[in-house]
Design a protein around this ligand. Sequence first.
Ligand SMILES: [Zn+2]
Length: 408
Amino acid sequence: MELQKIIANIAAIVQLVVLLGPGIQGQLLTSIPQPSNTYVQVYALPVGQGDCTIIQCPSSGDIIVFDCGSSGANRIPPSYVQTFLGNNINKVRYIFLTHANKDHYNYLYEITTWNNSSVTAVIVGGKKSDYSSANISNWLNNWNTLSKLYMVKNGMSCISGVTNCIITNVRTPTSTISTNFCNNQNIQFNILASNVGSTANQKSIVMKIVHSSWSLLLSGDMEGPAATTIAMALTTTLKSKVYKISHHGASSIANSAQWLGPIKPEQAFASSGYAYGNCRHPTCVTINRILALNTIIAATSHALYCGGNPNMNYPTFQRSIFETSPTSTTICFLTYSSAGSQPGSHCGTPPTLAASTGIIDDDMLYKDDSIDEDDCNIMSGVMEHGGALPMAAFSTLVVIMLLLSFTL
Ligand SMILES: [Zn+2]
């Protein structure tokens, strides 16, 4: 019996080394590896400014998609997600949309239209009304899985004494589903919060996955008062081994000291694009705040970019903070395992952007960009992009001076 256990452990370790060991620079993952017999595997896909986290259950290989979308350049195209999942598309059981911003859901067409029958539930953050202005509601209404559409606790916050939020069916709110998403009692999916605050981002679903002593915190674009409220209510619960940095690494509103302090992460990663657009996620302020926790462990040398004011490029960063687009020409699949080992970093140049095979990846379907676009250049523009406000003030000054010169 003991010998069998040792052999099983060795097999698991060998499998893990094969899976995570390479950390190959210059080779993107082209297909999802075989599931581990023992551990949860997590894949952060390089979608640029957006989120697409694939969670693979041990043994069964069942897949949980936690957001999948992009609003920016320097990314894999949606078709690449199909390629990556391959036949495992049939294993997609649960899809979470943390909130109603398209950089979190506009790749889902590529997943859901392939094989609806395998999806048990699509669970959305925020309230139903948040989606009414976006055509996602039309999409969901037209989609034959409306009966599979669920919301967290029927649109109410759930942080008060939460262990697991209740997830109810939208059509029949009395119908709930279990949060045992991997069908494995040893793996807990704790939805800590949803619908806290008033903006779409603030209402993001916050979920912590726990497997033995390993844990991963996923919080979409949760920010601001939501972060403070959740941190105050769940100080001890937030502690996590791996932290997917909120809101792609935004600083002043999403990763406050109150929020980061209780998490105490050993590893962290940001899903974001290199200095993409006005976002410049992750910001250096956020990276420095996380490092200041003194909990991040060492890692093999890798590139890390952070933006804001100033922008910094660390070509040989040696702490365990990674991002999916560390340079202007490089994107990385990041892989994490509940075995707790070093993350894998599978990097390469972005594949040529192929035309989307679906209709969801463009603005033809989603016309309400003011709501759908990630709000990095709206909410955080003044706070996080040092150049924005001075430039606006400077321009105004120039105009006033010109007017004065004409007047005088
Ligand atoms: Zn976002």
